[in-house]
Design a protein around this ligand. Structure first.
Ligand SMILES: [Zn+2]
Length: 391
């Protein structure tokens, strides 16, 4: 039986307060350091010392973390905007983007073996009808838990134990890209949903627009290109810049909103079949409707916890949506099918553009430098910042 997660002591016996205060402690051999927050408390990010995980049980694997990605969600959690600790704990280990190597497996595990590279899925299902079918990204009840976000510790730590049903095998040859699997899975869900929704008619799309050139926007650019779309990626910064270079290396066209506003894209480019919004700005969705073509579809992926307000020409937006048979939908999280499609696409990316996708990872920090990593993530020069535990 495992003891208390915080102190390895007997469950029910009060723990030391060192995890609450963040006071530095001497690390013991059976302990490891992790990046954690007190959910809801801004500025509480700190290193905590936790026990090494117990040996994997039936259906589980012990994974050594090689990289943990940092993203805006982590910044928002450390800012106290949301996040929830696991039941019984008063801290939450951060990190929902992970890549690692299996060190050990439980006695009945046959789908993974030590030495396999894996990415972990984020959301753990509840018992709603969708979750029971494996579509936990479409949870209807809302009692799901998410690694590093809500109710489950995340991956900013040297080791974790996970059920193999929540691990996806990544080929060893793609290990430099494995930490991008989680953001890629978000894109894959968007594209999969677009295909299913557009099954409502005969549809021969040719042109896609990606709004935003962060990790999601650039990975979406890559997926649209390997799917055969004429692709335009739109961001604020004028060319030349490093994001524009990446877009062009993938055979897409980079446009700056300083030259072509989002609401003018339709006039500039003609029929736009698909728009994927990944700017982090909730107001952009309403501008994008002005550029969407007939029978087009707009996929929204930005999580926007702010309170931005805009004035919307409601009749114009409504009329465009109605007369153009347009669809607008939101997409969050991803299930196993989307991670597996991401693995297939990583292979295609490397065949088409060797070394290009790896350039999305612009900064690497050791685990102990998590604060610098979180700060770097907010710098406009950063694309993907990772904590590198492999060294
Ligand atoms: Zn559910």
């Amino acid at each position: 039986m495992r003891g208390c997660y915080r102190c390895s002591g007997t469950v029910g016996v009060p723990c030391s307060e060192r995890y609450e205060t963040g006071e530095a402690v001497v690390q013991q051999a059976d302990r490891m350091q992790a990046v954690a927050v007190t959910p809801g408390r801004a500025g509480s990010a700190r290193l905590v010392e936790v026990p090494q995980p117990a040996a994997p049980g039936p259906g589980e694997a012990l994974v050594r973390v090689l990289q943990a990605g940092v993203c805006g969600t982590d910044v928002e959690i450390t800012g106290g905007l949301y996040g929830a600790a696991p039941a019984g704990d008063d801290f939450l280990i951060l990190g929902h983007e992970s890549f690692g190597v299996v060190e050990d497996v439980g006695p009945d595990v046959h789908d993974l073996a030590p030495g396999d590279y894996v990415a972990a899925m984020v959301r753990h299902p509840d018992d709603c009808p969708n979750c029971r079918r494996g579509e936990w990204d479409m949870c209807i009840k809302g009692d799901y838990r998410e690694r590093g976000i809500r109710g489950l510790h995340g991956f900013m730590r040297p080791y974790y134990v996970e059920r193999t049903s929540h691990l996806v095998l990544v080929p060893a040859a793609r290990r430099t890209l494995g930490v991008l699997m989680e953001p890629l899975s978000i894109v894959e869900k968007g594209l999969a949903q677009i295909a299913r929704i557009q099954d409502r008619m005969h549809w021969e799309p040719t042109t896609a627009v990606v709004l935003g050139a962060g990790p999601i926007g650039l990975l979406a650019t890559a997926v649209f290109r390997v799917s055969g779309y004429r692709t335009f990626t739109v961001a604020r910064t004028p060319r030349p810049n490093s994001r524009a270079d990446l877009v062009e290396q993938m055979g897409a066209v980079y446009l700056s909103t300083q030259e072509t506003p989002v609401s003018e894209l339709g006039r500039a480019l003609g029929q736009i079949d698909v728009i994927l919004e990944a700017t982090g700005n909730g107001a952009v969705a309403f501008e994008a409707v002005h550029s969407l073509g007939t029978n087009g579809i707009l996929c929204l992926t930005s999580v926007t916890p702010g309170d931005r307000r805009v004035e919307v020409p409601a009749d114009t937006v409504n009329m465009r949506l109605v007369l153009g048979n347009m669809a607008v939908f939101g997409a969050v999280n991803a299930n196993r099918s989307h991670f597996e499609q991401g693995v297939r696409h990583l292979e295609m990316f490397e065949q088409l553009w060797p070394g290009v996708i790896a350039r999305l990872i612009t900064h690497r920090f050791p685990l102990a430098d998590f604060a610098a990593a979180l700060e770097q993530q907010q710098d406009r020069e950063s694309i993907k910042v990772v904590l590198d535990l492999a060294g």
